[in-house]
Design a protein around this ligand. Structure first.
Ligand SMILES: CC(C)(COP(=O)(O)OP(=O)(O)OC[C@H]1O[C@@H](n2cnc3c(N)ncnc32)[C@H](O)[C@@H]1OP(=O)(O)O)[C@@H](O)C(=O)NCCC(=O)NCCSC(=O)CCC(=O)c1ccccc1C(=O)O
Length: 260
């Protein structure tokens, strides 16, 4: 597969998968998800690769979720909601190698979900985390909510989704959303060090550890499938569409006008 939306390189046993849509703050469309799934499969089953790094191109964003310009109700690709989200989330969990999210800017919406699902997250000190779903007429009713609660606890996860606030890198560290924060300019070197340390370890022991960590939350995959079906029905409502339209028109949404 030739990649248009992502970059793929391998260096010293680490596969680097980079969302390359900086003008869209690395938001993903259907094509981006297909390429990410392909790249994770490629890295996951390449025996010379021991660790995978997911990042976003440029300084502004790791990823800001679904591309609002490819979104009028349903998204523009395959799958329940027009994005193969279930497949993308699953492959990040299923590859038998640690996946590190390297976050230098915004990890917002579906981008925050991706970072949360990755095995570990290293952030630069300019990174910002948060959810925007209920502000833009969306929600991730699978790993994005249930798995987030496992990571940061129920109260914090509910705050993140209901309030749609932004959290800086230090706050994300304190709530357990990231493993380490380093100065922005040292992020690449720090991630390279973590990769080099992983490369010294037994790949089979790590693969077994990853699978056994996953075991505890595996039921969430099925629930996510059901949730995406509900989300698809929600995307066809005027209430949901108001969120996307308001974002594009750079105004506050008025969701309440659709409720009797
Ligand atoms: C990222 C922001 C917080 C940055 O805010 P700010 O610094 O004020 O800059 P802006 O002027 O808002 O944005 C700059 C520039 O980038 C464009 N942009 C940013 N995000 C997107 C995006 N997602 N899609 C397309 N374009 C984007 C923006 O339009 C500006 O461009 P200009 O040309 O300069 O006008 C802020 O931008 C922000 O909050 N972005 C919205 C992010 C968003 O709406 N994401 C999608 C929804 S997230 C969600 O619904 C959660 C559910 C979920 O995770 C999910 C589950 C299942 C399937 C899909 C999803 C999903 O992600 O949708």
């Amino acid at each position: 597969m030739e990649y248009q939306d992502i970059l793929y390189t391998v260096k010293d046993g680490a596969a680097h998968i980079t969302i390359n849509r900086p003008d869209k703050y690395n938001a993903f469309r259907g094509q981006t998800c297909e390429e990410l799934i392909h790249a994770f499969n490629k890295a996951g089953w390449d025996k010379s690769v021991g660790v995978i790094v997911l990042s976003g191109a440029g300084d502004k964003a790791f990823c800001t979720g679904g591309d609002q310009s490819a979104h009028e109700g349903q998204y523009d690709g395959r799958g329940t909601i027009g994005l193969p989200m279930e497949d993308l989330h699953s492959i990040i969990r299923d590859v038998p190698k640690p996946v590190i999210a390297k976050v230098q800017g915004f990890a917002i919406g579906g981008g925050n979900v991706l970072a949360t699902i990755c095995d570990m997250t290293i952030a630069g000190d300019r990174a910002q985390f948060g959810q925007v779903g209920p502000k833009v007429g969306s929600v991730d009713p699978g790993y994005g909510t249930a798995f987030l609660a496992r990571v940061v606890g129920e109260k914090k996860a509910r705050e993140i989704w209901y309030m749609c606030r932004r959290y800086n890198a230090q706050e994300a560290l304190e709530m357990g959303l990231v493993n380490k924060v380093v100065p922005h300019d040292e992020l690449d070197a720090e991630v390279d060090r973590w990769c080099a340390e992983i490369m010294e370890k037994s790949p089979t022991a790590i693969a077994l550890a990853k699978r056994s960590f996953n075991m505890d939350t595996e039921h969430q995959r099925g629930i996510a499938g059901l949730g995406m079906l509900g989300l698809s029905l929600y995307y066809d409502t005027d209430e949901s569409k108001e969120g996307g339209i308001a974002f594009k028109e750079k105004r506050k949404p008025d969701f309440r006008k659709f409720k009797g």
